[in-house]
Design a protein around this ligand. Structure first.
Ligand code: ADP
Ligand code: ASP
Ligand code: MG
Length: 414
């Protein structure tokens, strides 16, 4: 745990509000009131996302001009969404008579690597935030953004404001509260599976597996960072009247089994086939180049390679596809064929000790078969049993798996 930077004997709290919580000025005012209320008892640092669907709109504009958009300029563009909302929230708080100041990721000392579109936080130097907190300000930080060592503006990947919040909580020794339009993490997206139940507590690893599998309620890098820094995350509903929550922390007492179903509807499968006889050196460099693309379930062997690319989780998906095409061209005569198969979804059963549950694949596959879902690929690891299906069959697969693996033993908790 970090040393905490107490202000007048009080530990600060980081409160993060996502896009839906600040989608319009009325909601912005409600968030401002909530923050001001909290700041009466404790120093508050707020992390805020772009308003509503702003990020999607900005991505669409860039793509209309050039496909794929250059990732550096895309990052520059996307950070304006958070810049608008942080300034508006600071103004809304000032309108309530409390001093507040907005700061960009760069001004807050959030230093990242150079990967535009999916940068990773390397270091946080929170001096400016601390100065402002000591001066009595409520600090509003634009989420999802940082600055690289080359002084380039970067973004942390879709949903990355959660990661800003955890990184700041770690740097300040603060608690981390993430507010959104759902009162915690459920056993499936509650918009799609009405009988989904809230999970009162979740282990870091299970939450990370869920996020990577497409449950956008929390960002995977945020959970990884929280685990590394020993920060508990409290996921709550933005409206104070809704009292549930999910706490994500180290939780050793886990039973083996499926806790949740997650899905990603925007999968492209990239694959290549090789002619026999590729040298070890060529195989090594192919592995390294494909590894740098950050594909899920990457497989490389003497016959070829394949991996899954998520378009909804990454703003650099178009650039990754271009890079894949360049890698295949570089293989020259060794390449037999290359494919990019669109319109796929990944549907994952997430829990602990998945590999120990020998009966699980058969149970899940029977459930999918009964629902008429055609399975394209199956992957397993200790945290997930995952199926690639057609996008059009994603929802049926999620519902069938939830009904069979969770529905029967579901009981509300938390
Ligand atoms: P914010 O804009 O506040 O960051 P997000 O839209 O990123 O919020 O995340 C909240 C949404 O995540 C919910 O509206 C819900 O539809 C979706 N979601 C997907 N999977 C889950 C899950 N397992 N539990 C809760 N919410 C989920
Ligand atoms: N505004 C960014 C997005 O829509 C970051 C976030 O909301 O966390 O992905
Ligand atoms: Mg989010």
């Amino acid at each position: 745990m970090q040393a905490s930077h107490e202000v007048a004997g009080q530990v600060p709290v980081v409160m993060k509000f996502g896009g839906s919580s600040v989608a319009d000025l009325e909601r912005m005012r409600q968030v401002a009131a909530r923050v001001v209320e909290r700041a009466r008892v404790q120093p508050v640092v707020v992390v805020v996302s772009a308003m509503g669907k702003t990020t999607n709109e900005l991505v669409a504009m860039a793509r209309a001009l050039r496909e794929p958009p250059p990732t550096r300029e895309l990052d520059m563009l996307l950070t304006t969404g958070e810049r608008s909302s942080m300034a508006l929230l600071a103004i809304a708080i000032q309108a309530l008579g409390r001093p507040a100041i907005s700061l960009t990721g760069s001004q807050c000392g959030i230093i990242t690597d150079h990967q535009h579109g999916r940068a990773r936080i390397m270091e946080v130097r929170p001096f400016r935030i601390l100065d402002e907190v000591h001066a009595g300000n409520i600090v509003i930080v634009g989420g999802f953004q940082g600055v690289s060592y080359k002084r380039e503006v970067t973004t942390l990947g879709r949903g990355g404001s959660d990661t800003t919040a955890v990184a700041l909580a770690a740097a300040l020794g603060a608690d981390c509260e993430i507010y959104s339009d759902v009162d915690g993490v459920y056993s499936a997206d509650p918009r799609e599976v009405p009988e989904a139940v809230r999970l009162g507590e979740l282990d870091y690893e299970a939450m990370q597996a869920l996020a990577r599998a497409g449950a956008k309620v929390l960002h995977a890098q945020a959970v990884q960072l929280a685990e590394e820094r020993g920060i508990a995350i409290y996921a709550r509903h933005v409206s104070p009247g809704v009292r549930g929550e999910t706490v994500i922390r180290r939780n050793p007492a886990q039973r083996a089994g499926v806790d949740a179903i997650a899905s990603d509807a925007s999968i492209t499968r990239l694959a290549l086939e090789l002619r026999p006889g590729l040298s070890h050196a060529a195989l090594a460099s192919l592995s390294a180049e494909l590894g740098a693309l950050g594909l899920r379930y990457l497989r490389v062997d003497g016959d070829g390679a394949s991996g899954l690319l998520s378009r909804s989780q990454r703003t650099d998906a178009g650039a990754a596809r271009d890079r894949f095409a360049a890698i295949t061209r570089g293989l020259g005569r060794s390449l037999k064929a290359a494919f990019a198969i669109e319109d796929l979804a990944l549907v994952s059963c997430i829990g602990a000790g998945i590999e120990e549950r020998a009966e699980l694949p058969a149970t899940a596959i029977t459930a999918l078969e009964e629902a008429g879902v055609q399975i394209r690929q199956v992957f397993t690891d200790t945290r997930a049993l995952a199926f690639v299906v057609a996008s059009s069959e994603r929802l049926a697969a999620v519902q069938a798996l939830h009904r069979r693996l969770i529905g029967a033993r579901a009981h509300p908790s938390g």
